[in-house]
Design a protein around this ligand. Sequence first.
Ligand code: PLP
Length: 337
Amino acid sequence: MTSTTPQNAPFGSILTDVMAVATFKDGHWSAPALRAVGPIEIHPAAHVLHYASECFEGFKAYKWADGSVHVFRMDRHIERFRNSASSLELPVPAPELVADMVTSVIDRSRAAVPDAPGALYLRPMLIGTSPNIGAAATPSSEAMLVVLASPVWDYFAGGAKPLRIYVEEEATRCASHLGVVKTGGNYAAALGPTLAARRAYKVDQVLFAPGGEVQETGAANFLLIRDGHILTRSLDRTFLNGVTRHSVLTMAVDLGYRIEERVFTVAEMLDWVATGEAALSGTAAVLSGVGTLVRKGGTEIRVGTGEIGPNTQKLRAALVAIQQGTSPDRHGWLRKV
Ligand SMILES: Cc1ncc(COP(=O)(O)O)c(C=O)c1O
């Protein structure tokens, strides 16, 4: 029998042994506790189970060649987590509380952090727990904050494959004011259109472009790339403002690229990919090249040569080198734990 390891397990399907838990009641957060990973007890009338008051984060800690462990851009992820909580009218935990819970879980999971190209994926989540099934229009005054950790492997350790992406020009990924919020309901909303496109067109992901304006995919941001130039949608509340997107753009400036952030259309994207590159950016995807776009009815459009473009490969390697400590962390993105 083969054992389950990060190398052969689907992303996120195995957890380390320990989780951190804190609860909010009567206007105060409890001191966080470290516990063995296992079921949590919430009331069946809990707000989250009826009205989806939930948000989460996802980021990684990396083990360097010298064995030390470094978490990537935790502060920015915690800031986004707090913004998500605030948008959902959930109690907003102090950044120090979340950071303390994350670092304790990493510390206790140290032996489970995989070597490169693996990482320890951290998953803080916050749920509304007030027991009241009549509270659709009332915020949850009680909440639970849990931090889980999952050893993960590089998505593309077996050799990166160019992605096949369906361009969805009608359906939205989620409610337009919630795109910026990392909340479970958005993923539930995107699941139907994503599975339908997978069935119809055998694609890896869906690029949402409602009304013909390019937004993002179900779990990653979208960038058009060519020599010295990147085009990506400007930040607004309709899509998740990715930390990887910000990191890639910052690094690209260092490497001499011109960054254009603005709204652009499917027609412009199709012009660009006749000769340029396209890529998805995200904590899990890192920077993944797109090889083919598929439109309604099944028309296929090749992106550049159909292979992962040289600029995508260069930017991905530059980001991974910072994360793995083989190139200097000039922007102070890593924190040793
Ligand atoms: C919908 C969506 N967009 C974009 C991203 C990329 O965000 P980040 O780079 O912060 O991981 C993610 C992943 O977290 C996501 O779920």
